[in-house]
Design a protein around this ligand. Structure first.
Ligand SMILES: Cc1cc2nc3c(=O)[nH]c(=O)nc-3n(C[C@H](O)[C@H](O)[C@H](O)COP(=O)(O)OP(=O)(O)OC[C@H]3O[C@@H](n4cnc5c(N)ncnc54)[C@H](O)[C@@H]3O)c2cc1C
Length: 360
């Protein structure tokens, strides 16, 4: 099957979905490709900060997301010995310390908004495997597979919004530098006890961060940093002493933790890294979000940065001048900003234990 559009976006994560909507609204013919059969299947962060919130509000999307369900974090607490010893409240101008938005809510609002425009189309269950290149080295489309069938999409611009392991970035031979952060992350979700307040709670286990994030619809997400590469060894050790540390840090959670996390299998392991790329695209390819600058979970910046990249790239794209898009503008505007956030992530990670000095 062959298709022809102005812009082909690879990846229906927050960055790709927002860009698809913004371009469709500008009457740019846009095709969004996603390898999963439905959106919201990829594992990703769900905390929106005020930057992401502002973008959604500017484009009239926030209200819809709020209708689907979200939860504003009312405080950040540092805990030691089973008690909070330091509480951070939100800046009254902002009114929260992050908003939990289930990814399915965010993505479905973005895609339903895009569906309103005839210039938008999408294909799920479609994996991009190759870029098409002409004799002068310019990219003019992608080759993708759906249910064993090959399809060719011809376009003026390919946008790689395909996340941390980006195929588009690799196929366009854009160099990337990966940085490891010295920790991996164990991730689990448990039901919140009754009357649990919408909050973020942090504790120090050994020298590692343990975080609880209240989620919409009555859940708590647990993020537990462990030594980089240590999980295979850790999971050979008895589970109970490990999980006891979580119960000791947050005693009110004893019942729900013991019911929901009964073995190592109840944790998901995440390989934590960040990356920067030499270029944000060239010759008919543009990269946004984690594809060009993978973020670690620290500080909840990644999803928000993808939304900002999409917003800025959309502002540069003119329906009649797509082939004239100057990717340098995107890189010039966004690269420094993102690199500052990545530096903040490293600082937060390296100084996390200092938050507990008064407590120990
Ligand atoms: C544990 C964890 C917690 C985090 N918490 C937060 C948080 O609270 N707040 C925050 O702002 N950030 C957070 N982040 C970071 C955030 O998840 C990412 O920065 C964000 O999802 C990046 O969005 P994106 O649209 O660029 O890419 P992604 O969300 O990775 O989406 C890429 C999409 O591309 C698709 N795709 C990939 N390859 C192909 C292909 N070849 N063909 C077709 N489709 C393809 C994928 O299936 C996926 O749907 C967290 C990250 C982790 C790992």
């Amino acid at each position: 099957m062959n298709y022809k559009v102005d812009v082909c976006i690879v990846g229906a994560g927050p960055g790709g979905a927002l860009l698809a909507y913004l371009l469709a609204k500008k009457d740019v013919s846009v095709l969004l490709l996603e390898q999963h059969a439905a959106v919201g299947k990829a594992f990703r962060g769900e905390h929106l900060n005020e930057e992401g919130e502002t973008i959604l509000k500017e484009h009239g999307l926030f209200e819809q997301v709020e209708k689907q369900g979200l939860l504003r974090m009312e405080k950040l607490e540092y805990w030691h010995g089973g008690k909070p010893f330091k509480t951070i409240l939100p800046d009254p101008q902002i009114g929260h310390l992050g908003i939990h938005v289930p990814q399915i809510h965010l993505l479905s609002v973005l895609l339903e908004a895009a569906e309103e425009y005839p210039s938008y189309s999408s294909m799920m269950n479609t994996k991009v495997v190759e870029l098409l290149k002409d004799e002068s080295g310019n990219y003019h489309g992608v080759r993708a597979m759906r249910d064993g069938e090959e399809m060719v999409i011809d376009c003026q611009l390919v946008v790689g919004a395909d996340g941390r392991y980006s195929t588009v970035r690799k196929k366009a031979e854009i160099e990337t530098t990966i940085r490891k952060h010295g920790f991996d992350l164990l991730w689990a979700r448990i039901p919140a006890p009754d009357n649990w307040e919408p909050s973020i709670r942090m504790a120090l286990i050994g020298d590692k961060q343990l975080s609880l994030f209240t989620q919409a619809k009555g859940y708590i997400q647990i993020g537990w940093n462990i030594e980089e590469g240590s999980f295979p060894k850790l999971r050979k050790q008895p589970f109970t002493p490990f999980i006891d540390q979580l119960v000791e840090a947050f005693p009110e959670l004893e019942e729900t933790v013991r019911d929901s996390i009964q073995s190592w299998k109840d944790f998901v392991l995440l390989d934590v890294f960040s990356s920067t790329s030499k270029s944000w695209g060239n010759k008919g390819v543009a990269l946004i979000g984690d594809a060009v600058h993978t973020m670690t979970p620290t500080g909840a910046f990644g999803l928000n940065s993808s939304l900002k990249d999409a917003d800025f790239l959309a502002s540069l794209i003119d329906k009649n001048l797509i082939s004239k898009l100057n990717n340098m503008e995107c890189a010039n505007q966004r690269k420094l900003e993102v690199e500052k956030l990545q530096a903040i992530q490293i600082e937060k990670e390296q100084t996390f234990a200092l938050n507990f000095v008064v407590a120990v």
